[in-house]
Design a protein around this ligand. Structure first.
Ligand code: AMP
Ligand code: MG
Length: 461
């Protein structure tokens, strides 16, 4: 019985300065938390063989063909430059090929690396449960994202501020883990040869039609415009949009402090360390552009004459506003069933004033709009909106029934810390079908009661 990995490791073939080869650090007693059977089958893997191999997903046994390594990258964190980050608690096992597609297989929490700095290279069970639930929910909601294939406990405690917590390892799947910060690290070092190799690697993987760095910049702008507009349309607050957490693939990565809006307000921030609200819901498109400008800056050494390159890159970046506006228009129009941005923004303003639940308000608009008319202002908006015959099908497909509500995620984490994964599995099942009202998801649609509300999240380590 074999798991079925078919490794072909292009990143490992890049020169040594791109990564550090090393093995995951073995753990005492691997045991399953969750195995994503559906994803396993989609990747051509055998779930039964996986189930018999918790030791592989804990890093105790390295599968044949894997060439484990930690990737180097840098990044701007909250606007400040960190010249060397890198995988401090993650190890890329290799690139699995299935149906002509290439998938990174990464163990997260698999032990220290040369990039761990002060960290222990480990992950507590909480952040693993959180990433598993949130990333799989995002996928079901139609958002490009890294995926969660497996989660195991290690049988070893990790020490965190709260005291000792069960350790865990997540197996993350992604179309790649190349970040804006991967380009930045070589640009900062003046290593143009490495930049060129990285450019070729990324073009082959993500943008086969791109010929020039400007083509690649346009490609990443376009996938990021789509990505961030999808976040915005779901009320998702990423919380830590540092350039090391922005992929060039356009997949959401890093589920540390993220959360979904409940009562809507555009200034909402959840992350305890985002004190200035840099990564508030409403700022996400602007931050995406800021990060893309860092990406463009890192590409400049590949673009010939510097003055010309700066002018061309700047002109290209100026296109982001229109690109994003088009994506947002498509998303907001679908949410209200009308191609009318004024109407959409008026509704958001009413929702902010009344602190209405983001998800449930939009869903009700598609299913029972009259139930929303409980204020004069809302009544007036609804009357004008109804007259325009909104597209109910579009609305049902754009406004989900359930999202991972923070208090539910928190319950799943707290119970998992106590060794009970039932709530995690129930929540995962509910979130894998977020588009239909079912008896099963009824209790998951309700906003948190006042005593249950989670208003702060912490960068999971
Ligand atoms: P993040 O905030 O998750 O984007 O991580 C920022 C950097 O800190 C990355 O280089 C991580 O690999 C590193 N890091 C976070 N937690 C740990 C940990 N427990 N041990 C080692 N490195 C860590
Ligand atoms: Mg990160």
């Amino acid at each position: 019985m074999t798991i079925g990995f078919q490794f072909d490791n292009n990143y490992a073939r890049l020169p040594d300065r791109f990564h550090t080869r090393l093995m995951p650090t073995p753990v005492r007693d691997p045991a399953w938390i969750a195995l994503n059977e559906r994803l396993a089958r989609d990747l051509g893997l055998d779930p039964d063989a996986m189930r018999a191999s918790a030791d592989v997903f804990a890093g105790n046994v390295v599968p044949e063909g894997a060439e484990p390594l930690a990737q180097l990258y840098a990044g701007h964190q909250f606007g400040g430059w960190s010249p060397q980050l890198g995988d401090g608690r993650a190890i890329l096992l290799g690139e699995h090929i299935h149906d002509d597609r290439r998938w990174d297989v990464v163990l997260k929490g698999s032990g220290p690396t040369p990039y761990s700095r002060m960290g222990d290279g480990r992950t507590a069970i909480g952040p693993v449960v959180r990433e598993y639930l949130l990333s799989e929910a995002m996928h079901a909601l139609g958002v490009p994202t890294t995926r969660a294939l497996a989660a195991v406990t290690t049988g070893e405690p990790v020490l965190r501020e709260a005291g000792p917590l069960p350790g865990a390892v997540l197996t993350r799947i992604a179309s790649s883990h190349v970040r804006v910060g991967t380009f930045q690290v070589f640009a900062a070092r003046g290593d143009v040869a490495a930049l060129r190799l990285l450019f070729d690697h990324v073009v082959a993987r993500h943008a086969p039609d791109a010929r020039t760095p400007l083509d690649l910049l346009r490609h990443v702008m376009s996938v990021q415009a789509e990505l961030v507009s999808r976040w915005m349309a779901l009320g998702f607050v990423h919380g830590v949009m540092n350039t090391d957490n922005m992929t060039v693939s356009g997949e959401t990565i890093d589920y540390g402090p993220c959360a979904f809006l409940e009562d809507y307000h555009p200034d909402t921030v959840f992350s305890s360390i985002d004190q200035l609200g840099r990564y508030a819901w409403k700022n996400q498109p602007d931050i995406a552009l800021w990060n893309l400008a860092q990406f463009a800056t890192a590409l400049l050494p590949l673009m010939g004459d510097r003055d010309v390159a700066i002018r061309e890159a700047t002109e290209t970046l100026e296109g982001f506003a229109d690109l994003y506006a088009r994506e947002w228009r498509a998303r907001l129009s679908a949410k209200i069933g009308l191609d009318d941005m004024d109407k959409g923004h008026e509704l958001l303003a009413i929702m902010a004033e009344d602190r209405r639940d983001f998800t449930n308000t939009f869903r009700m608009l598609a299913t029972d709009p009259h139930a929303l008319g409980d204020t004069a202002r809302m009544d007036d908006w609804l009357a004008r909106w109804t007259k325009r015959c909104p597209d109910v099908d579009a609305m049902r497909n754009a406004n989900p029934v359930v999202i991972p509500r923070n208090h539910r995620v928190q319950q799943a984490i707290v119970t998992a810390e106590g060794g009970n994964y039932a709530e995690m599995h129930a929540l995962h099942a509910v979130l894998s079908d977020p588009w239909t009202e079912t008896e099963y998801n009824a209790s998951y649609r309700a906003p948190a009661a006042p005593g249950e509300r989670v208003t702060r999240t912490f960068c999971g380590t």
